[in-house]
Design a binder for this molecule. Structure first.
Ligand code: NAP
Ligand code: MG
Length: 403
């Protein structure tokens, strides 16, 4: 069969450890035999980031901005232990942070649902996507440990000398204070990414804050979302989807009773907390995809998990691993489908669908990696190793293509 041709290159960002091993296997077994892959390759492996003084990460991010779509392998975020392990010149910043800063995007995380891996919440039938606002609030706070009796005030001094003052509290004794902020620009770009992704996915969009208590701060979020909602109203109606706003506690109660299927836009802290709740209740971090979308329409697809370090060390010792490649495969299919959509290549979009189907059918047929064997409801699952799993998917894919 002739390989599928591409027009625009896909920006390919290679990464570290076990996921780098999986990356090569996925390309060799599931991509290159079927697609005449046009990619612009960036090696974001830690060693190469160090050799290039992390320039390669910036280059990759700008390539993403130029071409629109990238697929990224998990990468090590250096900490002091990694600086020693790799003899790094510097403790380079998180590549994901660098890429996000260039693209100014929002991260959407969606669980991959498959028969045999059932969510803990019985009524969740469809995936729930979480969109986390990744700027400000408590993550960029200023804090004071109050030593004793005294006055706390919130003060703003404008460039033009305007002064706004608000009392916080009159302390009788020791305590704590925290100052947090956000900007209209960041909130609006978050809102735009959410509305645009909801439209792209044809899914309802939910947003919630605590504006009854936080009458200025949270209310600003609510109002900006409402303004953006207005500009999307007709397109949402045409797509048959809706925007729903409620209080955060009400949203949580409703989500638990829902069938799922919505995109849930969360303020920074809510997104941090609820994405972990969601990934554990949907089964496994290895079954969670992640896409970064910028307000001007650039896409970066990746798995939500890290480099699976413990498996890599076993791999280095020559031991067999059973590492789950599903989220990384779905990062590739997400990117290929989007590339196909933007370039009008239907074959590429169909291939992405088929590869996802083959992956899910493999698991539903009882062949899976160790992490899934431990939680599946399928009787007598067959545990395979990392390569065995990918080869089983290839076999299914080839069967489907012949059928
Ligand atoms: P991790 O790589 O996600 O792994 C945590 C644990 O989750 C693993 O030890 C494994 O459990 C399980 N797991 C995760 N993915 C799996 C998979 N595909 N198949 C099977 N099991 C899987 O997180 P980490 O160990 O905290 O971090 C390792 C490195 O990844 C760090 O250097 C961190 O900086 C980096 N990281 C990168 C990204 C990114 O690039 N987006 C995100 C997070 C972390 P068992 O060992 O019990 O089998
Ligand atoms: Mg968290």
């Amino acid at each position: 069969m002739a390989k599928i041709q591409m027009k625009t290159p896909l920006v390919e960002m290679d990464g570290d450890e076990m996921t780098r091993i999986l990356w090569q296997m996925i390309k060799d077994e599931l991509i290159l035999p079927f697609i005449d892959l046009k990619s612009e390759y960036y090696d974001l492996g830690l060693k190469h980031r160090d050799e290039t003084d992390d320039q390669v990460t910036l280059d990759a991010a700008y390539a993403n901005k130029k071409y629109g779509v990238s697929v990224k392998c998990a990468t090590i975020t250096p900490n002091p232990a990694r600086v020693r392990e790799y003899g790094l010149k510097e403790m380079w910043k998180s590549p994901n942070g660098t890429i996000r800063a260039v693209l100014d995007g929002t991260v959407f995380r969606t669980p991959i649902i498959v028969k045999g891996i059932e969510p803990c919440v019985r009524n969740w039938k469809c995936p729930i996507t979480i969109a986390r606002h990744a700027y400000g609030d408590v993550y960029k706070n200023a804090e004071i440990r109050v030593p004793g009796k005294g006055e706390a005030k919130l003060v703003f001094t404008g460039e033009d000398g305007t002064r706004i003052e608000e009392p916080i509290f009159s302390f009788d004794g020791p305590g704590v204070i925290q100052g947090i902020h956000n900007t209209d620009k960041s909130i609006e770009s978050f809102a735009r990414s959410c509305f645009s992704y909801a439209l792209d996915q044809k899914k309802d969009l939910w947003f919630a804050t605590k504006d009854t208590i936080s009458k200025t701060y949270d209310r600003q979020f609510k109002e900006i979302f409402e303004t953006v909602a207005k500009s999307y109203r007709e397109r949402f109606e045409a797509a048959g989807i809706s925007y729903f706003y409620t209080l955060i506690d009400d949203a949580v109660a409703r989500i638990m009773k829902s069938e799922g299927g919505m995109i849930w836009a969360c303020k920074n802290y809510d997104g941090d907390v609820f994405s972990d709740m969601l990934s554990s209740s949907f089964g496994s971090l290895a079954m969670m995809t992640s896409v970064l979308i910028s307000p001007d329409g650039n896409y970066e697809y990746e798995a939500a998990h890290g480099t699976v370090q413990r498996h890599y060390y076993r791999h280095l010792k020559g031991e067999e691993t059973s590492t789950n490649s599903v989220a990384t495969i779905f990062a590739w299919t997400g990117a290929l489908r989007k590339r196909g959509e933007l370039d009008g290549i239907k074959d590429l979009m169909d291939f992405a669908d088929r590869l996802e189907e083959a992956t899910l059918k493999t698991i539903e047929g009882g062949v899976m990696t160790g992490d899934l064997c431990r939680i599946t409801t399928i009787p007598n699952p067959k545990q395979v190793n990392s390569l065995g799993f990918i080869q089983a998917i290839r076999k299914k894919l080839e069967e489907q293509m012949e059928a």
